[in-house]
Structure formats: C-alpha cells, structure tokens
Design a protein around this ligand. Sequence first.
Ligand code: AMP
Length: 282
Amino acid sequence: METVKDPNVMREKIQKARAESRVVGFVPTMGFFHEGHLQLMRRARSECDIVVVSLFVNPTQFGAGEDFEDYPRDFERDKQMAEKEGVDFLFAPEVEDMYPEGFSTFVEVEGLSKIMCGKYRPGHFRGVATVVTKLFNIVPAHKAYFGQKDAQQLAIIRRMVTDLNIPIEIVGVVTVREPDGLAMSSRNIYLTPEERKAATILYRALKTAVEMIEKGEKDASIIREEMKKLISEEPLVSLEYIEICDNIYLKPLQALSGKVLIALAARVGKARLIDNMLFDLG
Ligand code: AMP
C-alpha cells in the first residue's frame, strides 16, 4: 500500500490506472477505522482492481463548537488496518492541501441538506458535499463506497452526482453493528461505560419499529410515538429527531409504502449518534 499526501500526485496515479483499464474503487473516510470502514474496503476490494481509501478529517463539515479538534485520530493504526485489507492507495492530505489560502467554492445540495441532521448541524452537509466533490476530482474512481449508516449523507451524495453529472457510481453498504446492535462509529469512543450501555436503546427503538411494521403497522406517527416513548425511558439519551421518510427525497411519510427509511439522531453524553433502518415494503 502506498500513502499519498499530494492531491496532484494522487490524481496522476488514478489517471494512469484508468489508462491501463483498471477499475478503480474509492472509499472516503475520516479515519479511526472500525469494522464499518473495513466492510466498505472489502466490498471495494471484491469489485475493483485498484482500491483507494482517503483519510481526511474534513474541517468544513464540523460546526463551531463541534468535535473537529477532539475527533479521534490514529494514523499508524489506520494505515496498518487498511494495508491488511489489501488497499492500494491511502490518500491522506493535509488540511492546507485541501483548503489552501483563498479557498472559497462550496457545493450546496439544497433541500436535502437542511432537514434532519442538517437542522442540528447547519453547514455540515455543505462541508460534506464540498469535500466529496473535491475528493471525486482528485480520485476519479469508477465506484465510490458509502455506508448506509449515514443515510442522509448517502442520499445527498447520490443527488449531487446526479445533479452535477459526476461520472461515478455510488455504492451503499449496509450498517455494521456491535453485537448488542449499536451501530459502529468512530464517535462511540466518546461514550462512558454507562452511556455505551444506554446507547443501545437507539437500536432497540429501531427494532421496535421493525416489529410493528412486521405486524402490519403502516401509520408513521404511531411508530414514531412508540419509538420516542421507548427512548424517553433512557435518561442518558437525549433524542434529536426520528424521521420516517423515503430514502431518496427524504420526504416524510404518513402511510408507509415503498422504500422506507426510519432515521434518528440523539445525544448521549459528549457523542452525537445517528442510526437508521431501511425497509422495502414493495
Ligand atoms: P466516517 O469515517 O465516519 O466519515 O465514515 C466513512 C464511511 O464509512 C462513510 O461512508 C460512513 O457511512 C461509513 N460508515 C461509518 N460507520 C459505518 C458502519 N457502522 N457501517 C457501515 N458503514 C459505516
């Protein structure tokens, strides 16, 4: 595995691979790898000739007072883990390489960026859309792999590549969970043992929704109320939102049908956690 820091060098390497008819897969990350990240790398490894992983804690997607400075980082550990997965290139630029003096162009996916997590993290998805556009220009891959765990991010990136004619296939990968159901996240490290235990209520609330749907419940407000009630019984967890919507436009649904996304966000101690489930009700 080769580590590349310079965006221009990175692009040249990918252009060369493409000229040699290699299929290039790309996994953008902020590092501090867990099984979720590794799953994306494995999927890319199984479908592509060349696998590129980027590791960049992107300052423009963190709001004032958020955890940019504290975000967990361990470059050496990440490097070893990526190498073990058979990654070809680890792209790890410096902030100055991505945002040199005078940087002033941003990508805004209107509508989708302002709802759900966007309400609680103003500017977050503008930062995500901007850095992902830059990364797609630096790593002109055939396919890019994103986790379903960040369902709103995935919907925004799909919208963005369609709207801006970016020639890359977006592949969504199912959420990897801890044995007790908690969705894996680099931010889980912020949780104290008590908070870590309490955080499982989020998965249990989603499971409750699954059970209700399996029993034939189609009314989104009844499902949401039941989930809210369950989460409110856990004092260490402070719910931000539960949204029941379609997975493309993220439009709230009243009666469930077709592809249904149930997404939530909550604060648990210092951590802001998100989770979701996607159903196909035909
Ligand atoms: P991050 O480093 O947290 O920005 O995540 C990098 C990529 O990994 C994103 O596409 C995430 O959606 C994905 N990801 C994060 N956690 C998980 C998980 N538990 N399961 C699957 N994918 C994940």
